[in-house]
Write a protein that binds this ligand. Structure first.
Ligand SMILES: [Fe+2]
Ligand SMILES: [Fe+2]
Length: 340
C-alpha cells in the first residue's frame, strides 16, 4: 500500500499544542489533597489498560466506504490523533520539568498520563496507516506552533477536554453496542476502557484544581468556568457540525450527539467548577443550531467565485456568527451545588 502524509489544515478547530507556567506548576501544594493524590497515583500505577492497546490488534476498516465517507473517517482519525498527541507532549514536558524541579511524585503522575496519551495517539496512528496515511508524530511536535497558556487556563481546559473526551468515547461505544451493524472498524471496539483513561485524567485535573483553591473562588472561578465551558462546547459543536458525515456513518445524528456530549460534560463539570451552564431551557441549543448553520454557510462560500459579492456576504455572515457566539457566552449559569 502507498502511504501519504496529509497537510493538516490550520484553523481554529485544529487541535493545538500547549505549554504553561511550569515553575508555577512545580509549586502545586498537594498537602490538602494527599488522600486523593495517593489514590489517583495508585490507580495510574496499577495501569488497568496495560494489555488493552495491543500493538498486534488488526485495525483495518471492515467496510468499503465512498470517497466522501472515507474522507470523513480519516479526518476524524487525524483530528483525534493530533489531539491525543497534543496531550502527550504537554504531559511529557510537565513530567520532565517537574522531575527536574524535584517534584518527583507530581512528575511521575504526569509521566503516567503521558504514557496513556502516547498509547492512544499510537493506536489512532495505526488506524491511519491502515488508510494509507503516514503521520510523523514526533516531527509534527517540532513543526507546529506551541501555544502558551497560564496554569489556571491549562487546569480548566485540560480538565474539560479529558471529560469531554470521556463522554465522546463512551457515547460512541454505547451507541455501537446498541447498533453493532454500524461499527465499521475494529478501532471502535477499544473505546470503553480507553474512555476510562480519559476519565481518570479528568479526575487528576480536578484534584490539581483543588490544590489551587483561589482558582475556583469568586469572580475568577466564575469567569474561568464560563469561558472554558463556552469555548470547549463551541469548538465541539462546530467540529461535529463540520464532520457530520462521520457521525452519520456510525448511524448517529450529529446534532443530537453533540447535545448529549455537552449536557453530560456540563453535568460532570459540577464536580470541579464552581458554576456550569443552565442547559434546562431551549436557548443554548437553539443558538448552537444557529451558529452551526452560519459556520456551514461561511464554509460553503469558499466554493463560490471570488468577488465583492462574496466578500460582503462573508462579512455579513461573520458578524451574525460573532453575535450568536457572544449570546451563547452570556447564557445563564447555575452554581454547581444547585445545578440539576
Ligand atoms: Fe487520550
Ligand atoms: Fe487523556
Amino acid at each position: 500500500m502507498t502511504t501519504t502524509t496529509p497537510q493538516l489544515r490550520e484553523d481554529l478547530l485544529t487541535p493545538r499544542f500547549y505549554t504553561t507556567e511550569i515553575a508555577k506548576a512545580a509549586r502545586t501544594d498537594i498537602t490538602g489533597q494527599r488522600l486523593a493524590f495517593d489514590a489517583l497515583l495508585g490507580e495510574m500505577e496499577a495501569d488497568y489498560n496495560r494489555d488493552h492497546f495491543d500493538r498486534r490488534a488488526p485495525l483495518a476498516r471492515l467496510k468499503e466506504l465512498s470517497g466522501v465517507e472515507k474522507e470523513a473517517y480519516i479526518s476524524y482519525l487525524l483530528r483525534s490523533c493530533v489531539s491525543e498527541f497534543s496531550g502527550f507532549l504537554l504531559f511529557k514536558e510537565l513530567a520532565r520539568r517537574l522531575q527536574q524541579a524535584g517534584r518527583t511524585e507530581l512528575g511521575r503522575l504526569f509521566n503516567l498520563m503521558a504514557r496513556d496519551e502516547a498509547r492512544h495517539a499510537g493506536f489512532l496512528n495505526r488506524a491511519l496507516v491502515c488508510e494509507g496515511i503516514q503521520l510523523d508524530l514526533p516531527s509534527l511536535g517540532g513543526q507546529r506552533p506551541i501555544t502558551w497558556f497560564p496554569l489556571s487556563w491549562v487546569l480548566y481546559s485540560v480538565y474539560l477536554s479529558e471529560k469531554i473526551g470521556y463522554w465522546r468515547y463512551i457515547l460512541i461505544h454505547r451507541h455501537l453496542q446498541a447498533h453493532p451493524q454500524n461499527s465499521f472498524a475494529p478501532l471502535f471496539d477499544f473505546f470503553e476502557p480507553w474512555c476510562q483513561d480519559e476519565n481518570r485524567h479528568g479526575d487528576i485535573f480536578n484534584m490539581l484544581l483543588r490544590c489551587w483553591p483561589k482558582l475556583r473562588r469568586g469572580w475568577r472561578g466564575q469567569l474561568l468556568s464560563r469561558f472554558f465551558l463556552w469555548s470547549v462546547f463551541l469548538t465541539h459543536s462546530l467540529t461535529v457540525g463540520e464532520r457530520g458525515d462521520f457521525y452519520k456513518l456510525l448511524g448517529m445524528e450529529p446534532a443530537a450527539f453533540d447535545a448529549d456530549v455537552i449536557r453530560q460534560t456540563n453535568r460532570t463539570a459540577r464536580r470541579a467548577f464552581p458554576m456550569v451552564f443552565d442547559l434546562e431551557g431551549p436557548t443554548y441549543f437553539a443558538l448552537r443550531d444557529r451558529l452551526v448553520a452560519l459556520h456551514t454557510s461561511i464554509r460553503a462560500l469558499g466554493t463560490q467565485p471570488a468577488g465583492l459579492g462574496r466578500l460582503l456576504r462573508r462579512l455579513g455572515l461573520q458578524s451574525q456568527l460573532a453575535a450568536v457566539v457572544l449570546r451563547q457566552l452570556v447564557q445563564p449559569m447555575v452554581a454547581s451545588g444547585e445545578a440539576p
